[in-house]
Design a protein around this ligand. Sequence first.
Ligand code: SF4
Length: 352
Amino acid sequence: MQSPRKKTRQVKIGSVTLGGDAPVRLQSMTTTHTRDVEATVDQIAQLAEAGCELVRVATPTEADARALGKIKSRITIPLIADIHFNSRFALIALDEGVDKLRLNPGNIGKREYTVEIVQKAKKRGVPIRIGVNGGSLEKDLMEKFGPTPEALVESAKRHVAILEELDFHDIIISLKASNVPTMVAAYRLASQTFPYPLHLGVTEAGTLLRGSIYNAIGIGTLLQEGIGDTIRVSLTAESVEEIKVGKMILEALELRKGVRVISCPSCGRAEVDVLKLANEVESRAQKLKDPLTISVLGCVVNGPGEAHESDFGITGGKDKGMIYLDGKQHRVVEEEKLVDELFKDIEKKTQT
Ligand code: SF4
């Protein structure tokens, strides 16, 4: 059983609410140089098209910070500036109209710099995410705790205290680690410690297959326990893959409705090429907008049963297959034409 979502303090990032009773939000980060406005806007458009609800961009130079306003004026989803150490870039980002900052106040240097940023963020209603990372923990915490969940939460507490002292509470917290059990334990502890929304992610999770699995286990475990308000699937892959995987994690836990392709692993009973059919259906289904379920099964052992529970289905026979519509047998089609004919039926039904 999935635990009820833990109610966190809601924040607003541009037009998007996060935390509280808002749905779990899906986000990603661009891989372009932010100062390359055209490339960054293009990539954000692809991410938004894939379902990304919030986008973060690196801001390591003044040119990157100064490009933020131009980017923001050309995109449809809220823009987050990722600032590491330079307080001036944070102030420029705020002036350029970003919707959220990712910044650790303890890393900014003099207190007066933090005060200026926080005052400006507060005036403009811009939340701040504190992002603690297992790879960059403070030296004293590493000596005291090692790379543990306790060290990650202690580090977050320090940054949170700085913001709270300045009466700033539009805070989001992340505590990322590349080790999945550490990440899960850190977020569990954070969920008991802070009232603020949590941004979930496994950092440096790896390439597409490994990273997807590690993220699905880490993020999925926490979401199933009702922990987490927004997710970023970090992958060494095209950014758009992060959104595809993130969507599947949310759909698997029934936190979001989407297009689901159910397919069997095939076996010696199949007389159609199930792998080919299922992969073609999955790839074409990515373009569908309405939530629906499509089953692709190799034979009548489980085909009719799954098709009965699906909006559309294919059950293989000898070099042909039965297309199901709303759980009922619809028509028999030769194997080579099965996917095309299935999508004709899907288009007809979803356009009516
Ligand atoms: S549905 Fe048929 S082909 Fe697919 S795994 Fe089951 S028995 Fe094998």
